[in-house]
Design a binder for this molecule. Structure first.
Ligand SMILES: Nc1ncnc2c1ncn2[C@@H]1O[C@H](COP(=O)(O)OP(=O)(O)OP(=O)(O)O)[C@@H](O)[C@H]1O
Length: 362
């Protein structure tokens, strides 16, 4: 992988002021992303995945306050000069002109909400090129047709004149990807890009993102609650819980050697061929209310392996390998030795065996 860092989120802390009080949504996040890399942010609903990415795109809600931290984004000007900016110091107008849609593009969960139902597909793909680069109409049209072809849409010339409702869900998501790619971004942020689609289409969209990423050498961030979605595409996984990254590592480390009980829960609740949906594990309880901060580890009340100290003190990030870290007191040398649940251990053994048989990493 390249040594050119394009995104560096450091010590990010965000609160929201609400009528009920202050919601401490993001609590000290650190994320690095290098050119060409794919990083996933995984966690349950409310863990802070979207807020983190919205901060990176300068589109936080107006009641948000960045308490601490920097989000450095590095890119090159058209003449090749390198530039690094802290997104958090720029205003919305500047970000819209220089970053959003141009250097960082986003693919959202539901294509129906990100597409304009009253505008043809063609016009929507051309819009960014026209606005950011003043591309002449004919040239933008030709590039839009090319983009539709690149994302696997047949008869692209004809489709240019279609409206979103004339396409299937999978096709619409391909169009959204074409729009995202239209200004040649350096970074693509995919927020649950396949949740609204059925399983076979999901796999195709993920394959498509992987293909364009490889061809164009761009970096991708996936935000998802489903570890399964990113197993085959992510280089690194960040597991988030209650506004913090509680485990991070290479995809192999997270899948084959998970250390945080929350990651154990996420992996156990992933459907696979040997479990039927009705018997699928779910993590007991629900995420904490971020309005009321409690001392200790936020996951403790749901953690059957919680230690006494978990109620008092937040665990630090313990380092396991060069890339692998987890914030659980179970990794403290003084902690009793606790193994992951035996069902999960068996499952990991099965995954490893299957991967070996297919000669792939997962
Ligand atoms: N504008 C806002 N005002 C108050 N609280 C907010 C606001 N936006 C987000 N939050 C809170 O911040 C926390 C993190 O939300 P976020 O949307 O990032 O979670 P998520 O992990 O992306 O969840 P999902 O998978 O449901 O999108 C949640 O507790 C949410 O309620």
């Amino acid at each position: 992988m390249s040594d050119e860092r394009i995104l560096n989120i450091k010590d990010l802390d965000i609160t929201f002021s609400t009528t009920a009080g202050t919601v401490h949504a993001i609590r000290g996040i650190n994320i690095d992303l290098y050119k060409g890399e794919t990083v996933a942010i995984v966690g349950e609903s409310g863990s802070g995945k979207s807020v983190t990415m919205k901060a990176a795109m300068g589109i936080l809600a107006s009641n948000a306050k960045v308490e601490k931290g920097t989000i450095e984004f590095s890119y090159h000007h058209a003449d090749g000069t390198p530039e690094t900016v802290d997104i958090l110091t720029k205003d919305k107008k500047w970000i819209r002109r220089h970053i959003n849609g141009k250097r960082i593009a986003m693919v959202f969960q539901d294509p129906m909400t990100s597409l304009d139902p009253t505008m043809t597909i063609g016009k929507q793909i051309m819009e960014g090129m026209r606005w950011h680069f003043k591309t002449p109409k004919k040239e933008a049209w030709d590039r839009a047709v090319e983009l539709l072809r690149e994302v696997g849409i047949e008869e692209p010339e004809k489709r240019m004149k279609n409206y979103p409702h004339q396409l299937s869900g999978g096709m619409r998501q391909r169009v959204v990807i074409a729009i995202a790619l239209s200004c040649n971004p350096d970074l693509l942020i995919c927020d649950e890009p396949t949740t609204a689609l059925d399983v076979t289409i999901q796999a195709k969209i993920i394959e498509l993102i992987k293909k364009v990423q490889k061809e164009r050498g761009i970096s991708v961030i996936y935000i998802t609650h489903d570890l399964g979605v990113v197993a085959k595409v992510a280089d690194f996984i960040n597991v988030m819980y209650a506004g913090k990254i509680v485990e991070r590592g290479t995809t192999n480390e997270i899948f084959y050697d998970p250390r945080h009980p929350y990651t154990w829960g996420l992996l156990s609740s992933m459907p696979d061929l040997d479990t039927d949906d009705e018997r699928l594990y779910t993590i007991p309880g629900s995420p904490p209310n971020l309005l009321h901060e409690k001392p200790g580890d936020a996951f403790a009340p749901r953690n059957r392996y919680a230690l006494e100290i978990d109620d008092k003190l937040e665990p630090p990030m313990f380092q396991i390998t060069k890339d692998h870290f987890a914030a659980t007191w179970l990794l403290d040398p003084r902690a009793p030795k606790v193994e992951m649940p035996v069902e999960l251990k068996n499952r990991i053994e099965r995954m490893k065996k299957e991967a070996e048989e297919h000669g792939c990493k997962l």
